[in-house]
Design a binder for this molecule. Structure first.
Ligand code: ADP
Ligand code: MG
Length: 255
């Protein structure tokens, strides 16, 4: 690599239209400026790729979360989680509660924060996980599919419990949880079912359910959310009639 002289640096600054007078910026300052610019451009590319890889169903930020609308949650807990310390500790975060209490919003918000810290994150609902694994088994690509769930710094598993799993699906969900436990990779998980009901979620296999919970909760922050559905409240505010049931989204991603 050729050495850049102070003169060349000055010429470079002028070429960039920075119009800095000679001597005002030191050579080191100039290089620092360029390197910082390079670093932040690279960081932005990393974040954009991370957000693409994550496959969030919608972009939700922690900053868009209104703490006043969710009084069952201590805002300091969200601030603590937003630091990403749980990622370094391999600590899981579990959001429990009925539909519409912001479980998915918070899970995605943590995922976006993780992506912005420069880490890989992958979002899936249990339904999508089961379907994709089914396809992967048929295609003999199970090993590769597993990588999507085991490699990222953070795995988000949304809507555990909305669907009763088949035994094979339950076993795959168990494998994902067990592998992340072994490698110390954090999971953010949401569920509408209390832990006592997880046997039912795991195809009626209470032993598998408790083995999964054992690993999931070994190091975990469990957040139980209560209250009315934010969706229903917004509908009421807008003067719309309430639907009979506030069901979780049945819309799913196809790949
Ligand atoms: P859940 O996953 O618990 O069913 P969601 O996170 O999908 O609930 O929340 C339903 C909708 O209401 C989403 O569009 C979400 O962004 C919004 N929402 C819920 N709670 C809040 C809140 N406290 N502040 C801002 N938006 C909220
Ligand atoms: Mg949800």
């Amino acid at each position: 690599m050729s050495t850049v002289t102070e003169q060349q640096a000055q010429a470079g600054l002028e070429a960039l239209g920075l119009g800095v007078a000679a001597g005002q910026w030191s050579y080191r300052h100039f290089l620092g400026h360029l390197l910082h610019g390079e670093r932040s451009a690279r960081h932005e590319r990393t974040v954009a790729l991370n957000l693409q890889f994550a496959r969030f169903p919608a972009l939700k930020r922690l900053a868009q979360f209104e703490p006043a609308a969710q009084p069952s949650l201590d805002p300091r807990l969200i601030e603590e989680l937003a630091t990403g310390r749980y990622l370094a500790e391999g600590r899981n975060v579990v959001f429990l509660g009925p539909p519409g209490v912001s479980k998915t919003h918070l899970a995605i918000g943590l995922g976006v924060a993780c992506a912005e810290m420069g880490h890989r994150v992958y979002f899936t609902t249990v339904m999508a996980l089961a379907r994709r694994f089914g396809q992967a088994v048929a295609d003999h690509k199970l090993h590769r599919e597993l990588h999507n769930y085991t490699r990222p710094k953070l795995l988000i598993i949304d809507e555990v419990g909305y669907l009763k799993l088949e035994p094979a699906q339950a076993s795959l969900l168990f494998q994902v949880i067990a592998q992340r436990y072994d490698t110390g990779g954090a999971i953010v998980l949401t569920s509408n079912k209390a832990f006592a009901e997880w046997g039912e979620v795991f195809a009626g296999d209470a032993i598998m359910a408790s083995a999964a919970l054992d690993r999931l909760l070994h190091k975990a922050t469990v957040v139980t959310l209560r209250g009315d559905s934010y969706r229903l409240r917004e509908r009421k505010k807008a003067g719309l009639p309430s639907p009979a049931l506030d069901q979780p989204s049945t819309k799913e991603r196809d790949n």
